[in-house]
Design a protein around this ligand. Structure first.
Ligand code: NDP
Length: 276
């Protein structure tokens, strides 16, 4: 049976084994998918060992996505631009790296009937997750993407990297306080603030009934950012569970050549989250 694995630290909380086993059943693929905790200093050796054991592919999660990139022999364009890899494929001893996080986000927005073409997007955060979604978002031809981050220099350097060619000037960088009187269609929280019960300090005036608010974080209850957005009057709020399943579906498609349906696994995960 073909072997797949997710590597990270911590890893106990990972829902990837559940998701991929669900996909395998649904698509009648015979695979085994497990999770493995990796000590901070032994990422490379774990991956090489898994390859030697005939591993076919791996997902990589926090904090190893940059290290995974460095280990690859070949990279997709989106992984190279994101500077991070979440999907490895092992083919004839060659390590191929891809990043499916951005596609997961775009597909989840589309699944929720959010129109990206000509939209004005406010992206909060400039870490790995924010960087990973820029190219897939740009591929949908938004009017502009404003990146706001606590450390403004990080947002500026992303803009510099992506504002080339046909994307010229589509991206702008700000600090949270500087985004005040602009109109956005979509606000995406790609900061990890929600994990600590915090929200990025942006003005509530940016939110309105018709502004879609998306948090990459998800949980049993509304995340702090989505609670705040709802209080500010947002009608359409979405958490990151669908993004998680979407990125997994893209990894599965890369490995198995078949794209699983995401709706049933999202429903199932939603139920188990509610029961926790
Ligand atoms: P990073 O550590 O690379 O970046 C964290 C970002 O959050 C930085 O921009 C940081 O700002 C900002 N930040 C942290 N705390 C605060 C705060 N209190 N107020 C304002 N900004 C803050 O993390 P990632 O980019 O990898 O991940 C971001 C989030 O996205 C995580 O919560 C992760 O779980 C989630 N995620 C979800 C996925 C999904 O499939 N649903 C996929 C990938 C990520 P600064 O630069 O100033 O430090």
């Amino acid at each position: 049976m073909d072997q797949y694995r997710v590597f990270g630290n911590p890893i106990k909380q990972s829902r990837s084994p559940f998701i991929h086993q669900f996909f395998a059943k649904e698509t009648e693929q015979k695979i085994n998918y497990e999770s493995e905790l990796v000590a901070i200093d032994s990422f490379d050796e774990k991956i090489i060992k898994f390859m030697g054991e005939q591993g076919k592919g791996a997902n990589i999660t926090v904090p190893f996505k940059e290290q995974a990139l460095a280990l690859c022999d070949q990279l997709s364009e989106r992984a190279r631009l994101a500077g991070a890899v979440n999907t490895l494929s092992f083919i004839d001893g060659v390590i191929l790296g891809d990043n499916t996080d951005g596609l997961g986000l775009v597909q989840d927005l589309q699944r929720n009937n959010v129109h990206l073409k000509n939209s004005r997007i406010l992206l909060l955060g400039a870490g790995g997750a924010a960087k990973g979604v820029i190219l897939p978002l740009l591929d949908q031809h938004p009017q502009m993407i404003v990146i706001a981050n606590r450390t403004v220099s990080k947002a500026e350097s992303i803009c510099k990297q992506f504002n080339l060619h046909e994307n010229k000037s589509k991206l702008r960088a700000y600090g949270f306080d500087d985004v005040t009187d602009q109109n956005f269609d979509i606000i995406i929280n790609a900061t990890s603030a929600s994990l600590n019960g915090k929200i990025p300090p942006i003005s509530g005036q940016l939110v309105g009934a018709d502004v879609v608010c998306y948090d990459m974080v998800y949980g049993k209850e509304l995340t702090p950012f989505l609670k705040w957005a709802k209080n500010e009057g947002a009608d359409h709020i979405i958490d990151g569970l669908g993004m998680l399943v979407g990125q997994a579906a893209e990894s599965f498609a890369i490995w198995r050549g078949i794209k699983p349906e995401v709706e049933s696994v999202i429903t199932s995960l939603r139920k188990s989250l509610a029961a926790e």
